[in-house]
Design a protein. Structure first.
Length: 261
């Protein structure tokens, strides 16, 4: 019990706090080094930034463990950097596969054959991405100031944005799952990210169900769903690897990638 208490009280919270860095630092550096974000789903920064903003504003009403609050702030910082790097190194339309690269095709249809309204999060210009995040932050601040003096309504609002944020975060692996399925390849998605996601899921589940501090059930339920999605991503990585598909044939990892040569 002493070891379990030590892990629950010290190791797990510290792991949770630094997990944004261990999960996304290598992906960010890889995009910067290769000068291309081809194959990386930009919906990942979208999901994590929206979810983290909602979690931060969920805290005043839920008062959950401060480790999760600190993690949210760090996640906002690392995802902002990742978004900036991915936008700076997006494939150009003139490059082979550039205009078809997810998510930078300005007029392409979505993964389900439905065009996103106003090409949401598929804009060619970087400005709308930052404007959307700024408006989201301003809107959440305004709601906090307006609703916090109304305890009878604020409690319901706080729970709503908490479940919304955690539910959005739980969908994190889905865009990458769809991108991998469509290309029959995991190229562009770092194995280090996948490994850190699965390791983080295991640690979170252990901590959520053994911690003595306040961990709302919203965290536990959404965490279970996200872990299932991450494990499915692992199955995809085992099936597809980092090879490319050419005329329906998967190119082994060791062969030359003519698209990036």
């Amino acid at each position: 019990m002493g070891l379990v208490s030590f892990i629950t009280g010290y190791v797990a919270p510290m792991f949770i706090i630094i997990s944004p860095i261990t999960s996304y630092a290598d992906q960010t550096y890889s995009i910067h080094r290769n000068k291309s974000s081809l194959g990386f789903s930009l919906d990942i920064p979208l999901i994590m930034l929206v979810a983290s903003f909602l979690r931060v504003f969920y805290y005043p009403g839920a008062q959950f463990d401060t480790s999760l609050l600190i993690q949210s702030f760090i996640m906002i910082a690392i995802q902002t950097i990742l978004l900036k790097v991915a936008l700076d190194h997006r494939p150009s339309p003139s490059s082979k596969g550039g205009e078809a690269a997810v998510p930078f095709a300005a007029h392409r249809e979505g993964d389900f054959g439905v065009k996103r309204p106003y090409n949401f999060w598929q804009w060619r210009s970087p400005k709308p991405y930052w404007e959307f995040l700024l408006y989201l932050f301003i809107g959440l601040v305004a709601c906090e100031l307006i609703l916090s003096p109304l305890p009878w309504f604020y409690s319901a609002y706080s729970s709503a944005i908490g479940y919304a944020g955690l539910g959005i975060e739980a969908t994190l692996p889905i865009p990458q799952i769809l991108a991998n399925h469509k290309s029959r390849s995991c190229k562009g998605f770092r194995f280090s990210v996948l490994a850190s996601w699965i390791a983080g899921d295991i640690m979170k589940m252990f901590w959520f169900f053994t911690a003595t501090s306040a961990i709302p059930w919203a965290f536990k339920l959404c965490g279970i769903f996200q872990m299932c999605c991450d494990l499915f991503l692992g199955v995809q990585y085992w099936m597809y690897g980092e090879g490319n598909t050419t005329n329906g044939r998967r190119t082994p990892i060791g062969e030359k990638d003519v698209r990036l040569s």
